[in-house]
Write a protein that binds this ligand. Sequence first.
Ligand code: SF4
Length: 292
Amino acid sequence: MVKVRSAKRKLYDLQELAHYGLFPLRYRLELLHPEARMYRSEWQLEIYAQGVWINHIYGLLSESDEITSKKDSSTFYSQLLRFLESSRVTMRNIVPAFSPVTWHAIEIQVKSKLKNFSDERYRYFLKIVQGNKESFRVMVDGSFEEQTIKINIDVPYMAKTTGFDAAILSDIQTVEWLLPGESENKKNGREAIEQEIEMDGVRLFPTQYQAVTWWRNTINAYFVVEKKQKVTDNPYTRMLEEHYIRMPDKIAHWVQSIEQNKFPKHAGEHCTSCPVRLECLGIAGEEGEVTA
Ligand code: SF4
């Protein structure tokens, strides 16, 4: 039997709140019907498989001392590619139904994520280690008293560098369907990311890009502020510190809105990659089959 969690909760995962801040109805549908999180179509499984593969590669890296040279990003990238190659057969056996063409497309995406990782991290990289379950607390005004809500951040892997430990988020993005989205105005400053629209009294992100950037910034700000990992004072770390100061107000507002049963249907560009769109349109049957 499926257990439905109470609307009043003392614990949330950060990614659930990021889902709520963009797609409140998705949050509601996934809560009531966990099967809505079952990715069924080929395009969904393709994206999901990218996350599983990249996560598998980080797991192999965390157990290996093979990465020796980080003198330039292309040497680092070719070392990372060896882990992709050694895991190719395992991955194909996990999802044997994909065609060779689909596997090729998945591999291109995984390579691109490894390339981004090597470009960003090669200079100060030491190793990859398992992450921890982290959490912070936010005070929320309830009907009768203030309550403390615990927010979980579950980061599977961290990149240890000579200066600080960086959370690796790309695999959670695909598994949690927090795909980066496109910046509309090419600005990624604080003002662009913090823009809001209001629906049914709920303050929401206008776009997927803003929601996902807020989610990433919250995790990075947690490590900079709570875990005291700030090694330099620069515009980015100052932006994260400001983000961390403002973030509890937004979370408290969403928790109150959830408790007040507010789940507006926020349609937009993001509907095209929303995992529950069949349920949202009312065309998924009990077994998750399309019935009309
Ligand atoms: S399909 Fe669109 S409107 Fe429906 S839950 Fe997803 S994002 Fe919201």
